[in-house]
Write a protein that binds this ligand. Structure first.
Ligand code: CMC
Length: 433
């Protein structure tokens, strides 16, 4: 990391005392106030539940301007990467900071391809899960278990082992995700086929069966690849922060990514596409939309429009626009007339013209159209978050590597505002009332 230089300071006044705090500029985006010495100087902590105003690290990977609806990976707009690039090129970019040359790309693709198989013993490990286990439960467990199968790449102080672990995870996540899917529907696992591209290989492992020839539909594999690009990274979101926090203690990379997957599972994060599709199904027909919009606006009703709103985007999520186009392409290719798409389009139109949503800056996020798209591709809802985890793995790894390689890295340890009981003495159980 570069040494930070401050050209400005922020003045803090508490009572009759003043402190001067360094302010650092980013290359783009808001400046940050360095409060690292605040406690030693003032005896106070900052208070920011949900970290809405807290920069937890310095990073060169992903930039989001939520007000303008901008998402850049290493400076490149998401729209350009999704339109012209492919997922493995995006992986290279996130990991190494630059787009690869043709030779670097060929070498990277080859190295990823060499790691696509999982240890045969993993097959037996899978047999221990209940046959109807949720694929996300299987993902958390089996990615964590990679550290038991691949001991030779868990020493985080060795750059070579870090690289091998990274390649293994990028390469094996599609295999493990497809295995989680196959296991949940009682079909045999399909081994990777390395002459296929990343997305096609994944689709084949999910949908091929031994008794039939499977031909990958190029429209679907392009859509899959684009969905992976859209989800590859999103700076310091909840799961990425979880990966960084787990990694800050020196935990091995497989364990850290498993922690990220666990965090992603929640409905406010990666589970939102599943929740959005459930909501659209519940709405069912355009005539019922006003009822649900009224519920979303009612302060006494906990119902929210799933797939709407974002902590960072206070404008249209740029990924949602690409996802919407991809959704139309997939449905057209599959010749599917999905009533839920009509509901989604109409709900979006109504919400975007409604005072409540305008005032609160609530726009569709990436998850709004991804559920309909993935369902049309043949995935059950239980797989939606798995696909998100598969794609996000590269972002987690890039962020984890950046943190490990930062000489100023420390174990993450937030503080708190304590409002519990003050000191009191232990009372023997016989004397308690
Ligand atoms: N429907 C109705 N009202 C909403 C919604 C929504 N989807 N989202 C936020 N609001 C309201 C909320 O009730 C609050 O109102 P008030 O100020 O009157 O209390 C206000 O908007 C601000 O909400 P917040 O919860 O303080 O905002 P946040 O930045 O903490 O939450 C969010 C962001 C994504 C958790 C939230 O918008 C939400 O729950 N959305 C639905 C779930 C969803 O689609 N999540 C996917 C996020 S994108 C994928 C990812 O990055 O993982």
């Amino acid at each position: 990391m570069d040494a930070k230089t401050n050209t400005k300071t922020a003045q803090l006044t508490i009572g009759d005392k003043n402190w001067s705090l360094p302010v650092y500029p980013g290359t783009i985006g808001p400046d940050v106030i360095d409060i690292g010495k605040l406690y030693s100087q003032t005896g106070m902590f900052t208070y920011d539940p949900g970290f809405t105003s807290t920069g937890s690290c310095e990073s060169k990977i992903t930039f989001i301007d939520g007000d303008e609806g901008v998402l850049l990976y290493r400076g490149y707009p998401i729209e350009q990467l999704a339109e012209h690039g492919d997922f493995l090129e995006t992986c290279y970019l996130l990991l190494y900071g630059e787009l690869p040359t043709a030779a670097q790309k060929a070498d990277f693709d080859y190295r990823v391809t060499r790691h696509t198989m999982v240890h045969e013993q993993m097959m037996r490990f899978f047999q221990g899960f209940r046959r109807d286990a949720h694929p996300m439960a299987v993902m958390v467990a089996s990615v964590g278990a990679l550290s038991a199968f691949y001991h030779d790449s868990t020493d985080i102080s060795d750059p070579h082992q870090r690289m091998v672990a990274s390649m293994r995870m990028i390469a094996k996540l599609p295999t493990i995700s497809a295995m989680a899917f196959k296991y949940s529907i009682g079909q045999p696992f399909v081994y990777p086929k390395n002459d296929l591209d990343y997305a096609s290989n994944f689709l084949r492992m999910c949908f091929a069966v031994p008794c039939e020839e499977y031909k990958v539909n190029p429209v679907l594999s392009t859509a899959m690849d684009r969905i992976f690009i859209l989800h590859a990274d999103h700076e310091q979101n909840a799961s990425t922060s979880t990966v960084r926090l787990a990694g800050s203690s020196g935990a091995n990379p497989f364990a850290c990514i498993a922690a990220g997957i666990a965090c992603l599972w929640g409905p406010a994060h990666g589970g939102a596409n599943e929740a959005a599709l459930k909501m659209l199904t519940e709405i069912g027909k355009p005539e019922r939309i006003p009822e649900f919009v009224a519920r979303a606006k009612d302060p006494n009703d906990s119902f929210r429009l799933m797939g709407f709103g974002h902590r960072v985007y206070k404008h249209y999520d740029p990924r949602a626009k690409i996802m919407q186009r991809t959704c139309h392409e997939v449905l057209k290719e599959m010749n599917i007339k999905d009533d839920l798409l009509d509901v989604a389009v109409e709900l979006e139109r109504i919400a975007l013209h409604d005072e409540y949503f305008i005032e609160k800056k609530l726009y569709p996020n990436v998850d709004y159209y991804s559920g309909i798209t993935l369902r049309a591709m043949g995935f059950p809802t239980t797989m939606f978050t798995v696909l998100f985890a598969l794609a996000r793995t590269v972002g987690w790894i890039a962020q984890w590597k950046e943190m490990i390689e930062d000489p100023h890295q420390k174990i993450g340890r937030p503080r708190q505002l304590y409002t519990g009981a003050t000191r009191r003495d232990y009372m023997p159980i016989t004397r308690r009332k």
